[in-house]
Ligand binder design. Structure first.
Ligand SMILES: Nc1ncnc2c1ncn2[C@@H]1O[C@H](COP(=O)(O)OP(=O)(O)OP(=O)(O)O)[C@@H](O)[C@H]1O
Ligand SMILES: [Mg+2]
Length: 267
């Protein structure tokens, strides 16, 4: 794609209707993320961050608007195509994508490779790649341990190894350091940052931690189902250089745009 934008969301609207209440979780959201960027999504609880990740990644459908991943509209794919596209191109570090307790660490990590039918990867090769991924996240000797035999930080590292094992173009992380102490959080952040730099993979990380957010290339602040605090494309024309910062962006710049939100997000 000429402008290097890998994630493009335009006027995205998403409503949940539980039968009793109707919640407008995304209200016409616009977002662009460049390939290789590491972006933090921040904002108060309930503002739509998880909904955004679920819809951008095609796990959940939207009501209005357009989402393009690497120029492709996932909504136009069949369920099967979309699942295959996700397996080949996306990694997930989600809390509900927990590790399977009955499987060892290496078995958990190799799962995406075995589920990606398009790759036709052999079991032996999958095992080898999973072992390498565990080594990359600093767990070379823990492959045979089950999740319950690992610390919280180690479990999260296994989740990251699993998200990265097939070298996906995009990694979605929803509060990847949420349950971890600050030292372990920093280790996980360092790990993601290193993988982002070494492999050029795009990271979209939802976090409540400003410390984590400030280590990303850019913070996208959300409130009430919209992006706030950074320039929005005009309804009629998207500026050529949009609101996307480059890799060497000054973290403090985006962080000081909406100081009032920082306080809220520190809960
Ligand atoms: N499956 C669902 N059914 C109905 N409403 C939902 C559903 N999922 C989310 N919502 C509502 O949509 C809004 C956005 O929720 P979302 O989970 O995206 O927020 P969030 O920013 O991720 O919050 P948090 O920081 O607490 O995780 C909230 O009002 C929430 O109650
Ligand atoms: Mg959430």
């Amino acid at each position: 794609m000429p402008d290097n934008v890998i994630i493009r969301a335009k006027d995205v609207q998403k409503t949940y209707n539980t039968g009793k209440v109707v919640v407008q979780a995304l209200r016409g959201l616009d977002l662009e993320v460049k390939q290789g960027e590491m972006v933090a999504i921040m904002g108060p609880s309930g503002c739509g961050k998880t909904t955004l990740l679920n819809t951008l990644s095609g796990l959940d459908a939207i009501d209005e608007g357009v989402i393009e991943i690497d120029g492709r509209n996932l909504a136009k794919m069949s369920d099967k195509e979309r699942t295959a596209y996700r397996a080949a191109n996306m990694g997930f570090v989600f809390q509900f994508y927990n590790l399977l307790p009955v499987l060892t660490a290496v078995e958990n990590v190799e799962m995406p490779l075995l589920l990606d039918y398009s790759s036709r990867i052999k079991a032996k090769e999958a095992r080898k790649l999973a072992g390498e991924a565990l080594t990359a996240v600093g767990l070379p000797d823990q492959g045979d341990q089950r999740p319950t035999e690992l610390s919280g930080g180690q479990q999260q590292r296994v989740t990251i190894a699993r998200a990265l094992v097939n070298k996906p173009a995009i990694v979605w992380a929803d509060e990847p350091t949420g349950d971890l102490d600050s030292k372990t959080s920093q280790e996980i952040m360092d790990l993601m940052r290193r993988l982002n730099r070494e492999n050029g993979q795009t990271f979209v990380i939802v976090t409540h931690s400003l410390e984590i957010g400030e280590q990303c290339d850019r913070i996208v602040w959300m409130k009430d189902g919209l992006v706030v605090g950074e320039p929005q494309p005009q309804p009629t024309a998207v500026p050529a250089n949009g609101h996307v910062n480059g890799h060497s962006s000054d973290h403090s710049k985006s962080a000081t745009l909406v100081p009032d939100l920082q306080a809220i997000s520190n809960n």
